[in-house]
Write a protein that binds this ligand. Structure first.
Ligand code: HEM
Length: 183
């Protein structure tokens, strides 16, 4: 069975080497040298590392059919051989965001901030996965994960830069930007 629950474990060793860790917004988390993405979500105490964050692959909330079809037709899976770089970016949004109605949130994300529209231009170079954490009482609302080849690193920075300037991002109150290199 494919796992839908993952733990991201920060420790002194692991699958990915941490190349940088920046508290882009809000409080930082403890520095670690490595990170491992572990399926199943039932880590024993000794496997929890220096820190670990749990996230669940869930259904789409805002994506409309046309967008979904387009994404599905061009996006690539995680685990590509040449995608030796990754970014792990845990994000929390404000209570103001969560108090908005679904249609208001969609309007901010897409009509105003063009999140999917902008992101789409970077597919299939950037492979991505969104993990939800808010409903399981974690410190972050989302754990975002991206994998790309070194040749696409600059494009990834450009996309992040674009998204961080949007109205949607004014609701982000905690964001840790962790960059990784495959060990
Ligand atoms: C959500 C597309 C890059 C952070 C979404 C959703 C889509 C999407 C379609 C909505 C999912 C839903 O319907 O529930 C893309 C594409 C990208 C991209 C195509 C291109 C690589 C990024 C980047 C970040 C990011 C670079 C920054 C860390 C998020 C977050 C959510 C999200 C936090 C959840 C927002 C919420 O539910 O409030 N993305 N995205 N995305 N994306 Fe992206």
């Amino acid at each position: 069975m494919t796992s839908t629950i993952f733990d991201f474990v920060g420790d002194n060793s692991g699958e990915w080497q941490v190349t940088s860790m920046t508290a882009y917004k809000g409080n930082p988390i403890e520095s670690v040298s490595h990170l491992t993405k572990v399926p199943l979500g039932d880590l024993s105490q000794s496997e929890k590392g220096i820190w670990s964050f749990k996230g669940i692959i869930s259904n789409l909330r805002y994506t409309e059919k046309e967008e979904k079809d387009k994404l599905t037709s061009i996006q690539e899976d995680l685990g590509r051989k040449n995608a030796t770089l990754a970014a792990f970016i845990p994000i929390r949004k404000s209570e103001t965001w969560w108090n908005l109605a679904q249609d208001e949130r969609r309007k901010i994300m897409e009509s105003k901030s063009k999140h999917t529209q902008s992101g789409m231009k970077y597919l299939p170079a950037i492979a991505r996965k969104l993990f939800h954490s808010r409903d399981i009482g974690e410190a972050f609302d989302f754990l975002t994960w991206f994998e790309y080849a070194p040749a696409d690193a600059e494009a990834f920075e450009e996309l992040l830069d674009t998204l961080r300037k949007t109205e949607e991002w004014t609701y982000v109150n905690r964001e840790i930007d962790i960059r990784l290199k495959k060990v």
